[in-house]
Design a protein around this ligand. Structure first.
Ligand code: NAD
Length: 694
């Protein structure tokens, strides 16, 4: 065995040399790995006894991808391209032996090999699009030459992982070998290549899969059209598509230049920076500085949910989906039946769309038990309360739970904005009470805000986070304050949106600006969707706001066919003359002359007010770090990933600009607005939220 460098060895077995990489944890393409590949290929090619070369990795996976921490830093030699060239231009056949996940740069290395064998559990793919990038090491040029442009388009724009079987069928893998016997299998395959005198198959020279699409722009136009909604606002999918087009229409070396140029554009742009930020933020969000990662959790084998309404039913589905039995408690049989039937309908619809087996509908429904008696929750390990948003009723229920639930059980509330400390005070065990704030629809939305009360124990916080992970959510920790992280920031934005409506902007003007910014909808469309009457009651309504007047006219949102907008049968929204008139009357009463509000002002007042509120949330210790706030707004409210969340967006714009603009708008920001001292301080110091630490 020859040592090439600290992470690479070369072993010659008869005619076959095995070049083995061992750079834990995932053999990413760090400098030593690149050097190992280059020098290893040179050594194997220089050895006259060697007739074929197997490239294999130790540990849990084949090269899993680029070294993300090296992205954006000055390159260190040798480049990946040199290593790839050494493989592809080797005069002896090179066989990639793949296990684990060969993704991104790792798979681009494999595509330079003349043949690829893999074990059945192996996966491959080019997921760069998720980081706002494209496979910049020839992946976009080689992939379509193996699988054809249609499949390549799906793979690069979806960033999907492809299993070994489909990869074999597509020609990405040449042979599957027995699980656990990759090395032997790959050597045997290499011997077969030699015995059969198979050619040195260079992917760059293949043409049969791309030739039929040459000069057919409609293939790409159709793909763009079919995915327009999914790709809205993102640059990376479009750039990936252009690269596949180049692979079809340009000679290989030209295509490589196109790929390089587009890759560098993405790498230097704000979208990829934002998407890379989100990638790390999603990993950070689980870490809570004062809670050890190995803290003992409450084993959650049975869950109780109180209230089978909009939220309770959706929350229950999350647990049934992972096989955890749930007891749902309601006050009335009719409400219980209604709740369970909504859940069933949801499952049946999923099954109809082919995303759930019909028998699984029954299995999951079988995990749900209804009851009208809170005592049925006595043996639950975790209880989640999802009843009306009313402090008195919630306290009454928690006082009862305190008596009923077994010691050590997690007592959680799904409240959107109420004080978790006060709810906890209704029990004799406030340490067991934690907020688990799901978002609607709870079976779909990924965000779970875990709310840590003053007395909540570390174990309960850790258990709520862990169960969130188990049911496929992304958990973000929040302290107690009105609205927690997400809704508190939403309120700051809403205040600006409503103020601007009374200065001359129409609701649809504001909605359009925020939609164009990349949000799924603006605040008024969102109110119409959720229902304008949340928290509204006829008895207390005094025609004092536009919303109250709309509700009084029974314009309570989409469900009544009208709200801020008018809706047709298909729920298509149209600006409403009624709303326009009401707004006009309010302005006249206040003696306001409408002014033209620019799109820039709409955007800045809405988004900068959010950033300002986020800074307060950080300053008060409600959020641990600014990236957690980004996670909340991306996963709970659809803030565009390619802007990295509100706080990262603030960093991108520059905090000094944000502060200067907020000062410029000054009194227009209204009485509810106050500048965050932290924001001002960071701006003055020329700092970013991302570098701020408590
Ligand atoms: P909902 O009105 O749809 O459902 C509440 C259910 O609780 C009703 O079916 C009611 O019969 C039942 N209920 C009331 N008192 C009860 C009691 N004492 N025992 C058992 N059942 C009782 O309300 P929802 O929208 O599901 O909201 C529930 C909670 O979730 C609220 O605290 C709300 O703030 C919060 N929340 C709602 C949303 C949302 O978008 N709807 C999002 C996040 C959080």
């Amino acid at each position: 065995m020859q040592t090439i460098n600290a992470v690479t060895t070369l072993t010659v077995e008869g005619e076959v040399a095995v070049l083995s990489l061992n750079s834990p944890p995932v053999n990413s393409l760090s400098q030593p790995v690149r050097e190992g590949i280059l020098n290893g290929m040179r050594a194997a090619n220089a050895d006259p006894a060697v007739k074929a070369i197997v490239l294999i990795c130790e540990g849990r996976t084949f090269i899993a991808g680029a070294e993300i921490t090296e992205l954006g830093k000055p390159p260190k030699a040798p480049s990946l391209a040199e290593g790839q060239d050494a493989i592809e231009s080797s005069s002896k056949p090179v066989i990639a032996a793949i296990h684990g996940t060969s993704l991104g740069g790792g798979f681009e290395v494999a595509l330079c090999c003349h043949y690829r064998v893999a074990v059945p559990s192996a996966k491959c793919g080019l997921p760069e699009v998720h980081l706002g990038l494209l496979p910049g090491a020839g992946g976009t040029q080689r992939l379509p030459r193996v699988v054809g442009p249609e499949k390549a388009l799906e793979m690069v724009t979806g960033g999907t992982h492809v299993g070994a079987k489909p990869a074999l069928a597509m020609g990405l893998f040449d042979e599957l070998v027995e699980e656990g016997k990759l090395r032997e299998g790959a050597i045997a395959f290499a011997r077969k290549v030699l015995a059969e005198n198979r050619p040195l198959r260079k992917v760059r020279d293949l043409d049969d899969k791309v030739a039929p699409a040459r000069g057919k722009p409609e293939i790409f136009a159709e793909f763009r059209k079919a995915n327009a909604r999914k790709f809205r606002g993102f640059l990376a999918p479009e750039y990936n598509i252009r690269c596949i087009e180049a692979a079809v229409n340009q000679p290989f070396d030209e295509g490589m230049k196109t790929e390089r140029k587009l890759f560098l554009e993405l790498l230097g742009g704000s979208q990829s920076a934002a998407q890379r930020h989100v990638f790390f933020a999603e990993r950070q969000v689980w870490k809570i500085p004062d809670i050890p990662e190995d803290i003992a959790l409450v084993p959650v084998k049975k869950v109780g949910i109180i209230g089978a309404g909009t939220m309770g039913g959706g929350i229950a589905m999350n647990f049934a989906n992972v096989g955890i039995p749930v007891t749902l408690v309601e006050t009335q049989q009719a409400a219980l039946d209604r709740g369970l039937s909504v859940v069933r309908k949801n499952y049946e619809n999923t099954a109809k769309r082919g995303r759930l087996k019909p028998e699984d509908v029954e299995t999951r429904m079988g995990l749900l038990t209804g009851s009208l008696d809170l005592n049925a929750l006595a043996d639950c390990d975790m209880v989640i309360e999802a009843i009306f948003e009313n402090m008195a009723i919630k306290k009454e229920v928690f006082a009862k739970l305190d008596k009923i639930c077994k010691p050590g059980a997690v007592l959680a509330t799904n409240t959107s904005a109420l004080n978790v400390n006060e709810i906890a005070s209704a029990t004799s065990r406030p340490e067991a009470v934690v907020g688990m704030h799901f978002f609607s629809p709870a079976n779909v939305m990924r965000l779970l805000e875990v709310v840590r009360g003053e007395k909540t124990s570390k174990q309960m916080v850790a258990t709520a986070m862990a169960i969130g992970k188990k049911i496929g959510k992304i958990g973000a920790l929040s302290g107690v304050c009105p609205g927690f992280i997400g809704n508190r920031i939403l309120a700051a934005r809403t205040a600006q949106a409503q103020a601007m409506v009374l200065e001359g902007a129409m609701p649809w003007d504001i909605d359009k600006v925020l939609y164009d910014f990349g949000l799924p909808m603006g605040p008024f469309a969102m109110s119409d969707l959720a229902g304008l009457d949340i928290g509204w009651s006829k008895e207390n309504s005094k025609s004092s706001t536009i919303r109250e007047v709309l509700c009084e006219m029974d314009r309570r949102g989409q469900k009544t066919g009208a709200g801020y907008y008018d809706y047709d049968e298909q729920r298509n929204a149209k600006p409403s003359e009624v709303t326009r008139k009401i707004i006009g009357e309010f302005m006249a009463k206040k003696g306001v002359t409408p002014r033209v509000i620019t799109e820039q002002e709409i955007l800045e007042r809405c988004i900068y007010a959010m950033i300002n509120e986020g800074a307060k949330i950080l300053d008060e210790g409600i959020a641990i770090r600014s990236s957690d706030i980004d996670i909340v707004w991306i996963n709970g409210y659809g803030f565009p990933v390619y802007r990295g969340g509100p706080m990262f967006y603030g960093d991108t714009v520059g905090l000094a600009t944000v502060v200067a603009k907020l000062k410029e708008y000054g009194p227009k920001m209204g009485p509810t607005f106050a500048m965050s001292p932290l924001l001002e301080k960071l701006a003055a110091e020329g700092k970013r939220f991302t570098e701020w630490k408590r």
